[in-house]
Write a protein that binds this ligand. Structure first.
Ligand SMILES: *Cc1c(COP(=O)(O)O)cnc(C)c1O
Length: 453
C-alpha cells in the first residue's frame, strides 16, 4: 500500500465561515490623542465593510459567495504528511503541513488579498494602495486586484526592491504599479530621504507612504490595504486552520500536540493557529508556537505597549508587542518577518499565555530550509524556514522523549523568488544576528509617554 501523503478536500468542503478570535479574546481599542478610535475615523483609509469586520466580535462570519468563488482558484490547500522529513530526523512524531505555497502568488497572502479586493470593489473603490516587504504581499494584492478589476499601487521596501526584482515583475505582470520606498511621491517618503538618502527602507516607512497615497487621493476613490496585523486579516486567514482541522480528522488524528507558524505581522501563524487557540481555551493541551527571527524579536524581547503601526505615526496607537515604530531591522533575507510590531490578537494571546513564542537565528533556519528541500522537495520561503527549524527542534525533542507527538505547521510560502538568500547561505556569506537589548531600549524611549494597554 502506498502511503497517503496529501489529504485533499474538494471545493465543496471548503469552510463557509471564518473564525474571529476577537469574540473570545478582548484586545484593547485603537487609541488616538482624543481617546479610543471609533470605526468612522477609519473611513478615509479602509472601506467601511472592512472596518466593520475589524471591529466585529462575532465568533463566526460568513464568507461571501463572491469570495469563495475567488478562493477556489487554488483552495482548499492540501495537508501534507512530511514522511521524508520525519525519516531524516528519525522522529516518532507525525509531522503535517498546510501547503500555502500553491496559491498563484506563492504564499498564504492571497487568502486575505482576494477578500479585501472583493470588499473594496463592493464598496465602489477604484484603486488600492499598499506596502510590501519581501514582495509577497504586493504580488498577492496585485493578483487580487487583477481578478476583481481594481488598480493597485505598491510601495516596496527599498532593500527588497533591489534584492528581489522578480517580485516587482510579478506585480507588474498582474498590472500593478510598484515603486521603491522611501519614494519621492509622498511627504512621508521625502522626509525620510532628506534625513537618510541611502536608507534600506522599512515596512513602517512603506506603510506611511501607502496610507498617505490613499487618503490624499483627490477623487476619494483610493483605499489602503494591509496584508497582516489587523483583526480582519487574521480572520481571513483562519480558513487555513479550519481546513486543517477537517484534514487531520480525515488523516485519523484525534489530537494535535504542537502547532507552529512563523510570525512577521502574525497572519499566517494566526490563520493556522487561531482555531486551535479556541480549543486550547476550552481545555485542549496544545503547544502553539509563533517563530520569529532573533534579528526582529518582537514577541520574545519587545514589551506589550501602545505603539504606532508605522514610522511616520500616521496610524492610531495599537496595543501590541513592539520594538518601537522607528525600528529599522537588519537586512536579513526573511523580509516578511521584519516588522516592528505584531498583530494585536497574536500579541494578546501571547500576553495571556495561550501561545509560546520562540526566536531563531537565520543560519539554523536556512539549514532547516535545505533539509526540507532535500526531503519534501519544496524550497521554502526564508520566512517559512523559521517554522521548519522550530518543527525540527520539536521533532527532535519528541525523539528524545520517545513520544509519538503530532506536529502541525504552516508552510506559508515557497522560496523560488528568494533564491538570493539561499545563494548567500550556500556560499557561507550569512551571519547570525541578534538584536542588542540596547537598540531595543533606545527605540522604546520614543514611546515612553504613550498610554499603557
Ligand atoms: C509575509 C509572509 C510571512 C510573514 O507574514 P505574516 O503576516 O506573519 O504571516 C511569512 N511567510 C511568508 C511566505 C510570507 O510571504
Amino acid at each position: 500500500m502506498t502511503k497517503t501523503r496529501k489529504i485533499v478536500l474538494s471545493e465543496k468542503e471548503m469552510p463557509r465561515q471564518w473564525y474571529n478570535l476577537a469574540a473570545d479574546i478582548k484586545v484593547p481599542p485603537f487609541m488616538s490623542p482624543d481617546g479610543a478610535v471609533p470605526p468612522e475615523a477609519w473611513a478615509p483609509v479602509f472601506p467601511m465593510n472592512i472596518v466593520e469586520q475589524e471591529y466585529s466580535t462575532q465568533r463566526w462570519i460568513d464568507i461571501p459567495e463572491g469570495i469563495l468563488e475567488l478562493l477556489n482558484r487554488w483552495r482548499p490547500s492540501p495537508l501534507h504528511r512530511a514522511y521524508d522529513l520525519e525519516q531524516a530526523i528519525g522522529t516518532p512524531a507525525r509531522i503535517y503541513y498546510k501547503n500555502e505555497s500553491l496559491s498563484p502568488a506563492g504564499s498564504h497572502k492571497p487568502n486575505t488579498a482576494v477578500a479585501q479586493a472583493w470588499y473594496n470593489k463592493q464598496f465602489g473603490i477604484k484603486r488600492m494602495t499598499t506596502e510590501t516587504g519581501a514582495g509577497q504581499w504586493g504580488s498577492a494584492l496585485a493578483y487580487a486586484c487583477s481578478l476583481v478589476g481594481l488598480e493597485c499601487k505598491v510601495y516596496m521596501v527599498r532593500i527588497s526592491f533591489d534584492q528581489k526584482p522578480f517580485r516587482k515583475l510579478m506585480m507588474q505582470t498582474w498590472g500593478a504599479n510598484c515603486v521603491a520606498s522611501p519614494s519621492n511621491e509622498t511627504q512621508a517618503g521625502r522626509a525620510v530621504l532628506a534625513k537618510t538618502p541611502d536608507t534600506p527602507g522599512s515596512l513602517g516607512i512603506a506603510i506611511s507612504e501607502a496610507i498617505e497615497a490613499a487618503v490624499t487621493d483627490p477623487k476619494g476613490e483610493s483605499r489602503y490595504s494591509l496584508g497582516s496585523v489587523l483583526n480582519h486579516v487574521m480572520m481571513h486567514q483562519t480558513i487555513i486552520g479550519l481546513e486543517a482541522k477537517k484534514q487531520l480528522e480525515i488523516a485519523g488524528e484525534k489530537k494535535v500536540n504542537v502547532i507552529i507558524g512563523c510570525a512577521g505581522g502574525g497572519s499566517n501563524f494566526a490563520g493556522l493557529a487561531f482555531p486551535f487557540v479556541y480549543d486550547k481555551m476550552h481545555g485542549a493541551d496544545i503547544d502553539i508556537i509563533p517563530v520569529e527571527p532573533t534579528s526582529c524579536p518582537t514577541l520574545t524581547k519587545g514589551p506589550y505597549v501602545y505603539d504606532h503601526g508605522d514610522t511616520a505615526k500616521m496610524t492610531p496607537l495599537v496595543a501590541m508587542f513592539s520594538l518601537g515604530h522607528s525600528f529599522i531591522p537588519a537586512p536579513i533575507h526573511a523580509g516578511g518577518l521584519r516588522y516592528h510590531g505584531m498583530a494585536p490578537l497574536v500579541s494578546k494571546a501571547a500576553k495571556e499565555g495561550l501561545i509560546s513564542p520562540m526566536a531563531l537565528h537565520q543560519i539554523e533556519c536556512y539549514e532547516a530550509g535545505i533539509l526540507f528541500s532535500k526531503t519534501e522537495g519544496i524550497i521554502p520561503a526564508p520566512e517559512t524556514t523559521h517554522a521548519i527549524a522550530a518543527v525540527i527542534r520539536e521533532a527532535k525533542k519528541a525523539k528524545e522523549e520517545g513520544k509519538e507527538k503530532v506536529i502541525l505547521f504552516n508552510f506559508s510560502g515557497h522560496g523560488l523568488m528568494d533564491l538570493t538568500g539561499y545563494d548567500k547561505f550556500l556560499t557561507g556569506q550569512l551571519q547570525n544576528y541578534e538584536l542588542p537589548d540596547s537598540v531595543i531600549a533606545d527605540n522604546l524611549k520614543e514611546i515612553e509617554g504613550y498610554p499603557k494597554p
